[in-house]
Write a protein that binds this ligand. Structure first.
Ligand SMILES: O=C(O)CCC(=O)C(=O)O
Length: 338
């Protein structure tokens, strides 16, 4: 029987592992040393914020300050939309590998099938496949379903439209004391929907789905199916599991909001674990500034103590993404007075 090797799970590659044939081989221990199980006793400790609450603004700001990740309820996105998108995503990820490969992301492109784009900058083997969607997924959907692509496209476009409004609502509330949503003029925000799939992993005893990372966005909104996997790094507790709760959504602060808030809001360090028995799906909607929009710390009456002097130099998202592609700790490169 062929051995499962590091190379065969495509370290830092855009082509996902061949899950089916790897799973049919003898289990072996992964070289990772730490356990990927999150801490159980604190797993439900993230702030849960009702977006209809009269104190929503304060709660959001406190949650951003506290952990950079929180759960929102009463967000206005019907459960049917979340479940419908899940059904369509599963229809895609259940296709045979050679069918999905027809939608493989071409080098230099963001949209398409493959490892999450962040795989290019993380030096870890990951049990993951994804489909990145920016606007209409029609081009890739047609490649895999020449005649049955409409439902998938409609679902994903509707999902993105709703997530964009929700992102603007949440970010607008968080930034109210910073002057509200930044003016993007005609170019609009840059957004992307990342469908993540983590098939059950039986061949490796310890395997990570997505390695630890922060997002480049202002904020990211995550919907998970009912399989636990998302984990947040917490200074006191280490890795904590963010268990899915039907109908609620997880929001996390990204690097761009960390910069605007002058480091008052931490950029959430998170990762995804995989299950030995269940197929996990997640949807990450990234909302950020347009590529050439200059982002810089906002210093105002809310900035106190260490936040009164700008801690970062201004940077465009384009420049930041280039820096992060070479160094995951790009925030440290734009920090003032290093
Ligand atoms: O699968 C998850 O819950 C996390 C997804 C994620 O971190 C990402 O897509 O960047």
């Amino acid at each position: 029987m062929a051995e499962v090797s590091q190379a065969s799970v495509h370290l830092r590659h855009r082509i996902p592992p061949d899950f089916y044939s790897l799973n049919s081989q003898k289990p072996f221990d992964s070289p990772h040393v730490s356990s990927f199980l999150g801490s159980e006793d604190v797993q439900n400790s993230l702030p849960v914020i009702d977006l209809n609450s009269p104190t929503v603004e304060d709660s959001l700001v406190r949650a951003c300050e506290l952990s950079g990740m929180f759960v929102v309820t009463n967000h206005g996105i019907p459960l049917g939309v979340l479940v419908g998108a899940e059904v369509e995503a599963l229809r895609f990820f259940s296709l045979p590998r050679e069918e999905k490969m027809k939608a493989l992301r071409t080098p230099g492109e963001t949209a398409g099938y493959g490892m999450a784009p962040l795989a290019a900058i993380l030096d870890e083997t990951m049990w993951h496949e994804g489909l990145t969607i920016t606007g209409s997924p029609i081009e890739h959907a047609k490649q895999v379903w020449p005649h049955e692509y409409m439902r998938f496209c409609e679902m994903m476009e509707d999902y993105q439209k709703r997530m964009k409004s929700l992102s603007e609502k949440i970010l607008g509330l968080v930034l109210k004391n910073y002057g509200g949503l930044p003016p993007f003029h005609e170019s609009g925000p840059s957004t992307a929907l990342q469908l993540n799939s983590y098939p059950a992993c039986q061949c490796l005893n310890e395997m990570i789905g997505l390695a630890p990372h922060t997002d480049t966005s202002y904020i990211t909104i995550v919907h998970q199916n009912d399989v636990t996997g998302l984990q947040l790094f917490h200074e006191q507790h280490g890795w904590i599991s963010v268990a899915p709760k039907t109908g609620s959504l997880v929001v996390n602060v990204g690097d761009m909001l960390h910069i605007v808030s002058n480091a008052r809001f931490p950029s959430a360090l998170h990762r995804a674990a995989v299950s030995r028995v269940q197929h996990r799906l997640s949807f990450a909607y990234f909302y950020g500034p347009p590529a050439d929009f200059e982002v810089s710390p906002i210093i105002n009456a809310c900035s106190s103590g260490p936040h009164q002097e700008a801690r970062f130099r201004p940077v465009t998202k384009r420049e930041f993404v280039r820096m992060k592609a070479k160094n995951v700790h790009a925030l440290s490169l734009i920090r003032k007075g290093k």
